[in-house]
Design a protein. Sequence first.
Length: 334
Amino acid sequence: MRKKFLLTMILSSLIFYKSGYAQVKWAQTGFNFLSISSDARAGGMGLAVASVSANRSALFHNPATMSDIQNFMSFSLSTNSWIADIKHLSLSLILRPFSGNYGVIGLSLQSVDYGEFKGTMRYDNTDGYIDTEIFEPSALAIGIGYAKPITDWFGVGGQIKFCYQYLGKAIVPEGNAYATKSNVADVIAFDFGTHFKTGIKSLAFGMCVRNFSREVKYEVEGFQLPLLFTFGISANVLDFFNVVKDHKLLVAVDATHPRSHPEQLLLGAEYTIFETLSLRIGYVTNNSEDNITYGIGLSSSMLSSKYGVVSGDYSYTPFGRFGNVQRLTLRIDM
């Protein structure tokens, strides 16, 4: 039975990849903040987490991977110092009520602070323009997700999210006068995925589609969201050797097919000792700037506490001429 599921997942991914070539529109998507993860653990592993089991950041990657979370509650807060002084913030709350008999539910939030911009409009003067306003573009996505293990080796999950973006106001000619219009757009988007444990040690596969939605329009110009298909594989490779269980070496590989740019391979590794200290590294192919990532994590899981487990993660991504990207995540599991 597991072999049939695995074969179906692989064939489905190949069909999706093949069909995607006929409709490639690189660099023609909007709401691109949806494709940027703020989670520091994922960032340190090159974002190769589509198949990682019990993933606390599942709602930003593959919602199905939260189906095997065993904690009653998992809360995450992440910040991301992106390029050009853009600030990303993400929150997620995952709940497993009734011992998971009815599945796992989750809430997610993403917000973006783009800073201040100066608005202008064309005008017949020496400069050819005049200032109109100081405005602050913003973006927001709020989602609710659900995941459930269908069997002890196969889980499914999905998320519906409301996405909003404000890009300031525009002053446009209207007859013999001028009119002010707000550049605001919103859309409902969907994420869905599957998670498959092969039964061969910790080897697992994951497949997900993110940001599926209708076309969005600002005035006349229409665009699509950054639709992303990902197929991943991961395992703790030390499971295959006679190594003490206090050491783990998670290796993950994701193949991605984005709408907005060429295909990529995401490679990630995480070495954990005593479930306390984690060292991470990642590599992204087909990227000219941010192709290598580093990360570190600390957890209180070895300390018994009635208040749960607290962990912190940090990742650093050199971004070439744009400087660097730093992610920081605080997580509480109970």
